[in-house]
Structure formats: structure tokens, C-alpha cells
Design a protein around this ligand. Sequence first.
Ligand code: ADP
Ligand code: MG
Length: 310
Amino acid sequence: DSLINKIAAGEVVERPASVLKELIENALDAKADRIEIKVEKGGKKLIELKDNGTGIHPDDVLEAVNRYTTSKISSIEDIYSIESYGFRGEALSSISSVSLFSLISRQAEFPLGKELIIEGGNFKHLSDTGAPVGTTVRVKNLFFNTPARERFLKSEKTELKHIIDVFIRYAIYHNDKYFKLNIDGKDLYILNPSKREERIKNIFPKIDQTVQFLEENHTGKAYGYISPETRTGKGYIYINGRPVKNSILSRIIKSKIGESFYTLFLELPPYFVDFNVHPAKIDVRFRKEKPVHELVKKALETLEKPQISF
Ligand code: ADP
Ligand code: MG
């Protein structure tokens, strides 16, 4: 079982940033509105996430790190109506099989929480513990027991870049939540709940002007912000709340706005989108491409009408 998990871990856990992605998604799925992250040495030494979500029932803590254990779907049909980020039940089992892993969790209706420790997939410890309501997951020495994969990691600086990118992607979308990112003992971001426009400006202090766009038709809804003066060539795309990458969409956007910074939020019927290219990848394919492209083009044209009010 431990070997199977180690192999499976390669699917979900590619690098520290993929660990962070899974932990953030779990916190959000648990309805947390305070998410505090600590990272050391590009995440190679430590990735820790503390949330104030619902927590895990004391009887379920051990089960949560078992492979294919998810509390989020109960039938295969649920996959098509899923509103949570996770549903495969692979993340915690994979992560805990290739790290020194600890999880502390408490639900509001219990006076005590549980602390679980797993080292390289081996159970070490489970006990009652005092804890605030919510969950703290600590992932130390990622890939310590899979040296080949450890060597495959890039420099601390590069891994940190990926970590910050993941953090920013979720922090932009979940502007109504408190997010904090501490890197090697220093707070890099402290983001209080705010409007999305303000959140973007808090993350990117260089952005001072944003213009909005919005279009809604039978396909769905597309809206977002452009910062015409911030010519970074960077952009963030979301579909139904998931950060995604799609090269054709990025190209369409660039052809309209050049190198301007942008965010694009798409709301589409779930059957339009195929998220399952790869569990750890955020590349997305559309089952119906044309209508999505048309929707985005139309939305960007609304930029040219400055009198529009939202
Ligand atoms: P998935 O998210 O696909 O269900 P995971 O391996 O990421 O699988 O998590 C397994 C289970 O552990 C989740 O279904 C959930 O019940 C529980 N869990 C994990 N992280 C948290 C968290 N931060 N707060 C509450 N429950 C959590
Ligand atoms: Mg998950």
C-alpha cells in the first residue's frame, strides 16, 4: 500500500507548489475563511497551512489520509455537479507518503482535536490534542524518501516562484477570505477580505488602474479586470472558480489587449469543460470551444465602452 501511494504521489505531488495547491483547496472545501501559510526553503523544508474550516471528525482523521477517501462525493454522478475542489481523495495520502506529515484538526462540537503523524507513509502517532477549530497540516522534508524525485526539484528560488503563483491564483479568486503567506519567517502577503479589485491591487502594488469587462450570453458569463498600464503580459484565468491555463484563450486575450495584465472569470455549464487532463495540472480543455471563444471576445469588446456601469 505504501509503495502504491508513493507511485501515485507522483501524479498529484510534483513539487512543493502542488502540495500547497492541494492544501489550499482542502481548506477552501472546508469553508475556511482564514488561511495562513508558512513556507521554508522553497517548500522543500516546510509547507504549513492553518485554516479555520469545519475540521475533521475525530473518528475520520486517520481515514482522511487513506487513498481514495473523500468526504466530498458519494456517487459518480456527483462528479458532474461537484462544487468542491477535491473529490479524488488522493492528495493527503500521496503527500503523507512522501514527507514528514502531520495534521491537527478539531471540529467545533468537540472539546479536543486529533493530532496525526505520518512519516513517509508510515503511521507514527494519533492522539487527542487541544487545538483551535479548523485544521493545520504540516508537510516537512518533501520527497525525503524518494531521492530521485527530490533531485528533480528546481532551486529554492524557482520552487518558491511556483508556490507564490499558486497562492496568488487562489487569493485573487477568494477575495472575501483572509490569506497570509509567510516565507522563511517573513510575511510576504497579508490579505484582508476585500473587493476583488482591491485584492488584486493589494497583491500587485504596481497596479493602480483597472477597467472591468463583462458579457453574459446563452453560453455563460465572462468578466474580469484589465490593467492597461501594467504591461506584464501576465494574466489569470478562472473557470467556475478554478484557476486554469488554456493557451488558446490566452492568445485570444493577448490579441485584444496586448501585454496588459488581466484577470478573466468564466462561468460555464460544467459539461463545457474538461478539467481532467491531469489531476495535478491546471490546463483545461473545452468540449465546446467556439462558443467560449466568442463569449470571451465579446466580453473584451465591452472594454471599449467606458460608459458602461456595473
Ligand atoms: P479530497 O479533497 O479529494 O476529498 P484529500 O486527500 O485532499 O481528498 O482529503 C481527504 C479528506 O480529508 C477530504 O475529503 C476531507 O474530508 C478531509 N480534509 C482534508 N483536508 C481538510 C481540511 N483542511 N479541513 C477539513 N477536512 C479536510
Ligand atoms: Mg483535496
